[in-house]
Design a protein around this ligand. Structure first.
Ligand SMILES: CC(C)(COP(=O)(O)OP(=O)(O)OC[C@H]1O[C@@H](n2cnc3c(N)ncnc32)[C@H](O)[C@@H]1OP(=O)(O)O)[C@@H](O)C(=O)NCCC(=O)NCCS
Length: 202
């Protein structure tokens, strides 16, 4: 059985190690969290950090922060939007739950873990009375498609192509809101990211 729990200082190192299994090269290693940075996420916003544990090992992690609506609307690049890997831009008064990362170990994908983490995110939006959830998703299938990032995203939206993160997040119920160019140093995604949101029904 796989349990979802708040990330603790004991599981912070496992969460950092998981990043390395989930984002292999050419993804830049300097964009991955260290154990100390995960500990900093817990200090800043404990309610927003989750891990999935299988027999005591971290097989999934989910990192979140709060952003003001103004900061969300600015659609900055990832590093700037989050204020570096320690999430210095987390704003305790923010009304937008910003999805910083969700990572599932390759051997545990396709078993509904991302969906379970997303349910935690949606519950948090409701519990904290936030306006909405927002994230910006990689498009790692874009570069090998030979298409522009826009054309690739449109084909994924139309169900004509699969992208390993965008397809699951659309199935989970996130709404596409366009692309940010230069979102991240991410060759596979042609450096673009797809804006995705979810709003609660009240
Ligand atoms: C993207 C990722 C988080 C998905 O996690 P996951 O636990 O495998 O996803 P789930 O099993 O919860 O799947 C959610 C839905 O997407 C579908 N899905 C998952 N992977 C899919 C794929 N590669 N192709 C098509 N559909 C897929 C599932 O069937 C499910 O749909 P359903 O519930 O309607 O049947 C995981 O692949 C991952 O960690 N990737 C590497 C890290 C990453 O890219 N993170 C996101 C950064 S933007």
């Amino acid at each position: 059985m796989i349990e979802i729990r708040p990330t603790s200082l004991e599981t912070a190192i496992g969460a950092a190690a998981l990043q390395r299994a989930c984002f292999p090269a050419p993804f830049p290693e300097d964009l991955l969290f260290s154990g100390d940075e995960v500990a900093e996420h817990i200090r800043r916003f404990p309610e927003g950090q989750f891990v999935a544990l299988h027999e005591g090992l971290v097989v999934g992690s989910c990192t979140n922060m709060l952003a003001s609506r103004e900061d969300w609307n600015a659609h900055r690049g990832w590093a700037d939007a989050i204020g570096g890997l320690s999430l210095a831009r987390h704003n305790p008064d923010g009304t937008v739950l910003y999805g910083v990362d969700v990572s599932i170990h390759p051997e545990f994908r396709g078993q509904g873990l991302a969906r379970r983490f997303y349910q935690k995110r949606f519950d948090l939006v409701q519990e904290l009375g936030l306006e909405f959830y927002g994230t910006v998703c990689r498009l790692p299938g874009a570069s090998e498609s030979g298409l522009s990032a826009e054309a690739f995203a449109q084909q994924v939206l139309a169900g004509e192509r699969i992208d390993s993160p965008l397809t699951p997040f659309l199935r989970i119920g996130l709404r596409y809101g366009g692309l940010i160019h230069g979102y991240m140093d991410d060759e596979e995604s042609l450096h673009a990211g797809a804006i995705l949101t979810w709003e609660p029904t009240r």
